[in-house]
Ligand binder design. Sequence first.
Ligand code: FAD
Length: 317
Amino acid sequence: MKVTDHFKNADKTLFSLEVLPPQKGESVKNLFDHIDPLMEFKPPFIDVTYHREEYVYKKRENGLLEKMTTRKRPGTVGICAAIQNHYKVDTVPHLICGGFTREETENALIDLHFLGIDNVLVLRGDCVKSETRFTPEPGGHHYATELIEQVVNMNSGRYLDEEQTYKNSTDFCIGVAGYPEKHSEAPNMKADIRWLKRKIELGADYIVTQMFFDNQKYFDFVRLCREEGIDIPIIPGLKPFTTKSQLTLLPSMFHIDIPTELADAVEACKDNKAVAQVGVEWAIQQSKELVEFGVPSLHYYSMGKSESVRKVAEAIF
Ligand code: FAD
């Protein structure tokens, strides 16, 4: 079922979550052990992230370095199918431009359609870790807008190499990313929201936000979107703080601010157990206020830490 249909059928705020595929060499059971404690909150859908290739350098016998590519968390499509089979919930695979040609994207979408997956979160993806700028694959897409166009074409039965339109088309519900604190590469918020609007004009059905720790940033973002004529659901993304190191990691990775009150409280903790407690309390307050605001779903970035998300969910759902 489509994510937007879950929202239409719901009479209250839903609980949803994002998980990462297991690292290469790990079993799917590790992921199920992480999801199991969260199933009692009845997530109607679970997002599965996509992790592109990374470059590693291996020392050869002659002492020279050999550049190799590796993917530490492969298997997004397989994990989505495994979660759907195991838990009977919908999954939302993240689909990115980076590292894919248009043909590879088309084949992945055909696989997802055959597997009965009805949703995709369409993203550009970040640049390869060792690079400073996003470089599209030759024959791939530059922006999420172009990838949306490809999905929309397939939803109308139009494939890359065919002149005709086929009746047996895909029918994906399309989610896209939004940034309450602006995407790092956008010159300003107005420009960023204009591109977000373009994603909606092209066919996106709902928005999921980058994580934020200050609800006012989300409220302002929703207002700016509505003023620009964006009228689709905007799902807030939340993450409970779990470690002190996240005070610097999260801002550098996601280009977000940590409110002074939260940063001070985390700084004052004597260990990460205390940080996790602060993180849970902060996320509960955020969640309560967002439910009051009437958000369709609270979307938790679990990042392999189900314990904190579970404590927040127990207080809210
Ligand atoms: P776009 O919408 O393409 O925007 C990229 C930048 O270009 C923005 O600054 C925008 O303002 C501008 N822009 C947009 N369209 C155009 C255009 N047509 N012409 C010119 N400028 C344009 N990354 C992963 O690798 N894997 C994941 O699983 C993943 N999941 C995510 C989930 C969520 C909810 C979020 C918020 C992010 C996720 N990301 C993921 C990170 C995301 O890929 C990065 O933030 C990436 O840098 C931007 O992706 P986007 O889809 O927002 O890009």
